[in-house]
Design a protein around this ligand. Structure first.
Ligand code: 6GU
Length: 224
């Protein structure tokens, strides 16, 4: 899979991809991530990429021309399955969306900044808009890092234990069950006895019930 990310501050995206699971995906050749600095497509030699909004409200808006130049260059090189715009005024990311995007070959992720992008960018080039939650971030970069991480960890071969991505919270509309490790007792606090019983039938049943109880209590809204 190839992911191209267009940003005003691509530096913000370097560290999230330089460690852990995403780094492993890159090193194994399972994902190819390219960062593009929108400033390289500026409309003049002063690096102009934004301007005041028509109509006179506060803030700056990313102009259509630099974004068009960057997206057009990429589209001339290969076909893209999705051109995604990260923005808070969009449907919220969930596991189903991450699953479906992990099956794509090439995607572009455009991240906004300031007051966002000229609406014509959204109308003409964007095929999907994604928010990562009901709060406002200073820019779409961290949201793009979140989306990329959620996608890359699903690519076959990225996570060592093939089972583990499938047993995550949300994969079956359930939160993950509680987990414990050694010691079995710490300062008088014991782990649930069933987990040390060696009875795997009982353990599976307990894990299932625990996941269901936690979901009912914490996130009843995700239950089917
Ligand atoms: Cl995708 N962008 C920004 N700027 N803020 C957000 C967001 C995205 N998702 C939630 N808040």
């Amino acid at each position: 899979m190839r992911i191209d990310i267009i940003s005003v501050i691509p530096e913000l995206l370097e560290s999230p991809f330089a460690h852990s699971i995403v780094k492993r995906g890159i090193n194994k050749g399972l994902v190819d991530i390219h960062l593009h600095n929108l400033r390289d497509y500026a409309i003049n030699n002063y690096g102009k990429i934004d301007d005041a909004p028509f109509g006179g409200s506060a803030g700056m808006v990313l102009m259509i021309e630099p974004i068009d130049k960057c997206i057009s260059k990429l589209k001339a090189e290969r076909n893209y399955d999705e051109i995604i715009y990260m923005t808070p005024d969009a449907p919220v990311l969930n596991q189903k969306t991450a699953n479906s995007l992990s099956l794509k070959e090439n995607i572009i992720i455009l991240t906004g900044h300031y007051k966002g992008v000229d609406q014509r960018v959204r109308d003409l080039y964007i095929t999907k808009e994604i928010s990562i939650g009901d709060y406002v971030l200073s820019g779409g970069e961290l949201a793009a890092a979140v989306l990329t991480d959620a996608i890359v960890r699903l690519l076959p071969g990225v996570i060592g234990d093939e089972m583990s991505a499938l047993t995550d919270s949300f994969q079956d509309n359930l939160l993950a069950p509680e987990v414990y490790t050694r010691p079995a007792e710490y300062k008088g606090v014991k782990v649930p006895e069933v987990l040390t019983s060696g009875n795997f039938k009982k353990i599976d049943l307990w894990l299932e019930q625990n996941a269901l109880e936690r979901t009912k209590k914490i996130r009843p809204d995700i239950l089917p």
